[in-house]
Design a protein around this ligand. Structure first.
Ligand SMILES: [Zn+2]
Length: 414
C-alpha cells in the first residue's frame, strides 16, 4: 500500500497513512510507540497525530494495556469510528448489495436486492446509487464524510481497474466502470473482481492479516481464484492471474463455458456435479440459468448428507480433483495458505476430500476452509477493500477533512 517516494507531499501522505493504520491496528497506542514503529521523530508524530485529531479521524482516550504496564501516564489514541464512513458495493450474478459502515467496519445499514434489469449495467448502477443515497441520507452521512466506495464485481477489469473487460455471468459489456461510478458517487473509488477483493480484504482486515502468500479458491457453480504473492495481489500479464477455473484438467473433456474443453470447471465445480447428475451442462447461457443452477447446487449440497449416495460420491470426486489440479499451483507459488470458500467450500464432504487430496500429495502449507474460519462475505470484503485502500492508506485526503472540520466548527460557533 505504501510506495516509497521522494516527494515531500508524498512522504507526508504516506506517514499519515502509516500512523492512521497503526492506530487502527493497535487501538490505544500512544505517540511514543507510534514514533518507534514508524521510525520518524516524536515531533513529527505529534504533528501528524494533531492533524488526524483535527480531521476528526482520531480521538484521544485511555492508553492501551501495554502502555499502562509501563507505569507512566500516557495518552492513548483511538480511531473515531464516526469520523467517516465507507460504502461497500457488490454486483454478483445472484444479487447486488450496498453496505454502509463506520471507520471500524461496523455495519450501519445494508441493502441486498435483485436488480430489475441485471444484464443492463447502467440501470443496475442507477439502482445501486439510489440505495446508497437513501441509506446515507437516512443515517445523515454527508458527502464530505463518505471517504470511499469499495466495489466488488463478478467480472474482470483491465490492468488499471478503470474499465470492465468481461463479466460473462452478468452479461455486461466492456465499459468504463470507474467513470460510471464516479458520475454516481463523486468520491474515491476502488474496484476489484469479487474473489480478488475477498483475498485482499482477508490479508488486510480479515483472518489472514499480514499473510504474504495465499491462494484463495472459491468453489461454487464455477471455480474462481485469487493469489496474494509477497503480500500483493498477483495480477499477471492480462490482469487475469488466479483464474483457476480454466486450468486444463482433462484433455478433450467436457465443453466449458469459456469454449474450451476439459477445464477444471468441468470436473471440480458445482456445474460439473450438476452435469454429472444429468441436471444441466457446464456451458453458461444467461443469468436466469445461472440463478436456477445456483439454487439447484445449494439444494444438492443441503441434501447431500448420505455419504453413500451417488451425489455424495460426485461431490467427493469433485473435491479430490480440485486438490489434484491445484497442488501444482500451490507448490509453484510456495503458498503458505490455501483458503477454500464458496458454497462447496462449506460442504463437509467436498472439503474433506479436497484437504485429504492435498495432504496425500504432500502440500506443506495450511489448508483453511470456511468451516475452520469465517471467510469474509463479498459484502464484508467490499467494505474491507474500501477501508484498506481508501481510508487506512496514503490516498486519504486528510487536508480536505481538516478543512471541513474547521468549517464545521466555525459554523457551529456562528
Ligand atoms: Zn474453461
Amino acid at each position: 500500500m505504501y510506495k516509497n517516494t521522494t516527494n515531500f507531499e508524498g512522504v507526508r501522505q504516506t506517514n499519515r497513512g502509516k500512523v492512521l493504520t497503526l492506530i487502527h491496528e493497535s487501538p490505544g497506542i500512544d505517540r511514543t510507540e507510534i514514533a518507534a514503529s514508524v521510525g520518524i521523530t516524536n515531533a513529527a508524530i505529534t504533528n501528524i497525530v494533531s492533524e488526524l485529531i483535527r480531521s476528526r479521524l482520531v480521538e484521544e482516550g485511555a492508553p492501551s494495556v501495554v502502555s499502562l504496564n509501563r507505569g507512566r501516564k500516557r495518552v492513548g489514541l483511538w480511531i473515531n469510528k464516526d469520523g467517516g464512513y465507507v460504502l461497500g458495493v457488490t454486483v454478483l450474478a445472484t444479487h447486488a448489495s450496498v453496505t454502509l459502515t463506520d471507520l471500524l467496519g461496523a455495519v450501519i445499514d445494508e441493502v441486498s436486492f435483485y436488480p430489475k434489469l441485471p444484464a443492463d449495467p447502467f440501470s443496475t448502477l442507477d439502482e445501486i446509487a439510489h440505495h446508497a443515497a437513501k441509506i446515507c441520507k437516512l443515517h445523515k452521512v454527508t458527502q464530505s464524510r463518505l471517504l470511499g466506495v469499495g466495489f466488488a464485481i463478478a467480472g474482470f477489469l483491465n490492468e488499471t481497474s478503470q474499465s470492465l473487460q468481461s463479466a460473462p455471468y452478468l452479461g455486461w459489456p466492456k465499459f468504463d466502470l470507474r467513470d460510471e461510478l464516479w458520475l454516481r458517487f463523486k468520491c474515491p473509488l476502488v474496484i476489484e473482481n469479487v474473489t480478488r477483493c475477498i483475498a485482499i480484504a482477508e490479508t488486510r482486515i480479515g483472518s489472514f492479516i499480514g499473510a504474504k502468500n495465499l491462494v484463495l479458491v472459491r468453489a461454487a457453480l464455477g471455480v474462481g481464484g485469487a493469489i496474494i504473492s509477497d503480500g500483493e495481489l498477483l495480477t499477471g500479464n492480462r490482469y487475469l492471474a488466479g483464474d483457476l477455473g480454466h486450468l486444463l484438467a482433462e484433455r478433450d473433456g467436457v465443453l466449458c463455458s469459456c469454449g474450451k474443453r476439459g477445464c477444471l470447471n468441468t470436473v471440480a465445480s458445482g456445474w460439473s456435479i450438476i452435469h454429472k447428475l444429468g441436471m444441466g451442462d457446464s456451458a453458461y447461457e444467461n443469468i436466469k440459468q445461472f440463478r436456477s443452477h445456483d439454487k439447484l447446487l445449494r439444494d444438492i449440497i443441503n441434501d447431500c448428507n448420505d455419504e453413500d449416495s451417488q451425489t455424495a460420491a460426485l461431490v467427493r470426486n469433485a473435491g479430490a480433483l480440485l486438490g489434484t489440479h491445484l497442488v501444482n499451483v500451490l507448490q509453484v507459488l510456495d503458498s503458505e495458505f490455501c483458503v477454500l470458500t464458496g458454497p462447496l467450500g462449506r460442504n463437509r464432504i467436498y472439503v474433506e476430500s479436497f484437504r485429504n487430496q492435498l495432504i496425500e500429495v504432500g502440500y506443506l502449507g495450511k489448508v483453511v476452509c470456511s468451516e475452520d474460519t469465517n471467510v469474509l462475505s463479498p459484502a464484508a470484503a467490499s467494505v474491507g477493500l474500501a477501508l484498506s485502500n481508501l481510508v487506512f492508506s496514503a490516498s486519504l485526503n486528510v487536508d480536505a477533512l481538516m478543512a471541513e472540520s474547521l468549517n464545521h466548527s466555525m459554523e457551529a460557533r456562528c
